[in-house]
Design a protein around this ligand. Structure first.
Ligand code: AMP
Length: 430
């Protein structure tokens, strides 16, 4: 006899996961507050498609970045175009800015976005293949004060999520001019120490030398610690810009760590770059909550006029992990004031109507229509901490009355049904 095979459940794709209702209060606390603060700081919401031309990321994020070379989900459409699931938000925002003629509006323009990003990474704690970013972009101004405004806003958002202990890590990569001097120095330095670095670094030396400073291999640490710093190669203008950034941070009393090994993974950064780490994060392998920097050349590289810009993004998944680690309280926002207890067909029918009437009067009512026992329903009412239970049985349905039970006092009163909404309004106000 053929053995009946047990049917397997489907599973979410590797590295992708469900955000279940129990976790939503954390997400809401972070994202709602982030949106509110961003609007308060003069940022407007922008939404761009999750799919873009793959070339946009190659030209934007960078042909040598890991994000594009190793981690991008790209595919051919039936029409033969190569599209990619966005691995990050900035190139899409810049494309929208150019495509929609937003560059003709008075600058700077300030945008925020919120949505899922996709990178084909090795999944681990805090690193998934689909993750959520909340991002900010200020386009059209080169002033250092705007770099600091973004840092300040990110910190406020993280604090609003209940994360008080955040370290700001900061560095400057300079403009393309200083960067090429720094690159050369870095390559020279590493070429002389080729036999002391890991195979990955040997590759980075050829393909993307800045990423040498990102290496986490133990073998490479002694070489890395003595490597040249980008700060030594800044031209006068970039030096002045960075000095100004640090002075603004001092003025705001925002502490920071100058981190000469901070390079960030995306190719477009110029001048200031920064990351936000949970205080005490292991600097050898930090899981940044977010990061960003200036990208003064990106808009031109994507076909626009030379336009300076600065941005940042915060990773919601990691922020939520940190909120849980720090035992931040997040409530579901569900806070019913009354509970409808119903009994029998007639009671149920009347209750459904009353439920709607209460909600229209802005009184959040809870119910358990699928339960029939009064005891079970009162138990739920008690657990929800409502002030009143409104009991509608067969008799009350016929009489046109309702029993109002004060949950704290345990006292009960009979009230005519047509007066109950007004009565509740009055009693809840008290
Ligand atoms: P990046 O664009 O790489 O600087 O990423 C900005 C932020 O997005 C990071 O600091 C993380 O919080 C988040 N992030 C990036 N990649 C992932 C990932 N694979 N899984 C979860 N969060 C991520």
């Amino acid at each position: 006899m053929k053995k009946k095979q047990k049917q397997k459940f489907f599973q979410a794709p590797k590295g992708m996961r469900d955000i279940l209702p129990e976790d939503q209060p954390y997400w809401d606390k972070f994202l709602k507050n982030a949106e509110e603060l961003a609007r308060d700081y003069g940022f407007s919401k922008i939404e761009t498609p999750i799919l873009e031309d793959a070339e946009l990321f190659a030209r934007g994020t960078g042909e040598t970045s890991d994000v594009v070379t190793k981690q991008m989900y790209s595919f051919k459409t039936l029409a033969g175009r190569t599209l990619a699931l966005r691995p990050e938000g900035t190139p899409g925002v810049v494309r929208a800015y150019l495509e929609n003629g937003l560059s003709n509006l008075p600058s700077p323009l300030k945008f925020f976005y919120s949505g899922p990003m996709f990178r084909y990474e090795q999944p681990q704690q805090g690193r998934t293949r689909q993750f959520w970013q909340f991002g900010l972009e200020t386009i059209g101004d080169k002033e250092a004060v705007l770099d600091v405004q973004i840092i300040q806003l990110c910190l406020r958002i993280l604090k609003g999520a209940g994360l008080k202990k955040i370290d700001v890590q900061i560095n400057s990569l300079g403009c393309s001019h200083c960067r090429s001097g720094f690159r050369r120095a870095l390559m020279d330095y590493y070429r002389h120490r080729k036999n002391k670095i890991c195979p990955d670094c040997q590759k980075r030396l050829k393909e993307n030398p800045l990423r040498l400073l990102d290496c986490k291999e133990e073998k490479c640490q002694p070489v890395k610690s003595q490597a040249p710093s980008s700060l030594e190669y800044l031209c006068a203008e970039c030096k002045a810009h960075f000095k100004s950034v640090l002075e603004f941070l001092d003025e705001l009393e925002i502490p920071y760590f100058l981190n000469k090994n901070l390079v960030r993974g995306l190719d477009y950064y110029t001048k200031t770059i920064f990351e936000f780490w949970l205080e005490g994060e292991n600097s050898e392998n930090p899981l940044a909550l977010g990061g960003g920097g200036r990208y003064d050349n990106l808009i031109q590289n994507l076909g626009g006029k030379s336009t300076p810009a600065v941005g940042a993004s915060l990773g919601a998944d990691r922020v939520v992990l940190a909120m849980k680690k720090e035992e931040v309280k997040a409530s579901s926002g569900y806070n019913p004031k009354v509970f409808l207890v119903q009994l029998g067909d007639r009671g149920k029918k009347k209750s459904l109507k009353l439920f709607e009437a209460l909600h229209q009067a802005d009184i959040v009512a809870a119910e358990s229509f699928s339960r029939d026992s009064i005891k079970a329903q009162l138990k739920i009412a008690d657990r929800l901490g409502v002030k009143f239970a409104l009991i509608l049985g067969q008799q009350e349905a016929l009489d046109g009355t309702i029993i109002v039970r004060d949950m704290a006092a345990g006292s009960q009163e009979i009230v005519p049904q047509e007066k109950i909404v007004e009565e509740m309004k009055k009693r809840l106000k008290r």
